[in-house]
Write a protein that binds this ligand. Sequence first.
Ligand SMILES: *Cc1c(COP(=O)(O)O)cnc(C)c1O
Length: 384
Amino acid sequence: MKNFIPYGKHWVDKDDIKSVEEVLKSDFLVQGPCVEKFEKEVCKYTGAKYCVAVSSGTAALHLAVLALEIPAGSEGITTPNTFVASSNALIYAEVKPIFADIDEKTFCIDPKEIEKRITKKTKVIVPVDFAGQPADMEKISAIAKKRKIYIVEDAAHAIGSRYADGSYVGSCKYSDLTCFSFHPVKTITTGEGGAITTNDKKLYNRLMMLRSHGITKDPNNLKTNPGPWYYEMQFLGFNYRLSDFQAALGLSQLKKLNGFVKKRRQIVNKYNKAFKNLPNLITPFEKEGVKSAFHLYVVQADFKKIGKSKKEFMEELKNRGVGTQVHYIPVYHQPYYKKHFTLESKQYPVCEQYYRGALSLPLFPKMSEADVNYVIKTILETVK
Ligand SMILES: *Cc1c(COP(=O)(O)O)cnc(C)c1O
């Protein structure tokens, strides 16, 4: 049998290994110079003023929501079509997650549905740039500005993506804070890892302290200063720091990011062409002008018409060496969410319909041409 092709896979090469090895041989494994260098490079790439690297994408979201100092008991609006971390971050900060249904084409949160769910308690919106395609940030930021609501953009899928105006996701053009994940299935990796970008100096300073226990040593920020040993913990923070060797990996991965995106888009174009005329399979939609980094290739399959259940379809592909996944189980389906919040599937008809048909096909830059052709051939034979 052919080698198994997973739905996603990281790319680590000799340059990455060398970059990490250098740090491992140096004096600093943590709190050395690489983290700051990595943060500077993320700023340069995205166009944001400030960046704080952290230990995961989840940590990034957690600190982003905390940095806003939203009163406990407020509400935050997010999408149900996401990984649980997006809405968990709200819960960590004692903000109640409110889900708004998704757009039927982009599968990102629908601005009209956001507006319907805004109350006096709404203090933050957490849109997700699903599969790499930016959410409708132009509209969402207009909605939020009018009502003084913050925006934390979950861009775990979207480093390397661009909005219709050409600016990069992470520039915070349409958000107060943007969060990235560098988990190995994402577009670039540091192992575990994440980052927050912002253009707001105050938020940046708070994030820097939150990342390290809420501690400051900055003489300009201390209440008193009895001597060189002195530091102050001014609020409750965490240890969410990234290691230096992880940042070194991030630095060498960042150099390859544009190449990764290019390769992903080439594969997407090939898939789109091959599947264009399949009546029971809808290929991903990309909004005019937008440049998605295509973290995922999500198709909408009509399993009824194909005559196989999703489970049968996935198993058949798996047996033939093609890995697939479903992104995502709507968050309101999760037992924890059902237990703690009153959530009904019928409030989210678009997300329900999406979930029935959604399937992510293999997409990662290391795929060979033969891999891509094999996936195409297998899909064409399986949907018949
Ligand atoms: C991966 C992911 C996260 C969490 O990132 P980690 O680095 O795994 O903690 C958050 N949101 C979305 C949409 C993700 O895909």
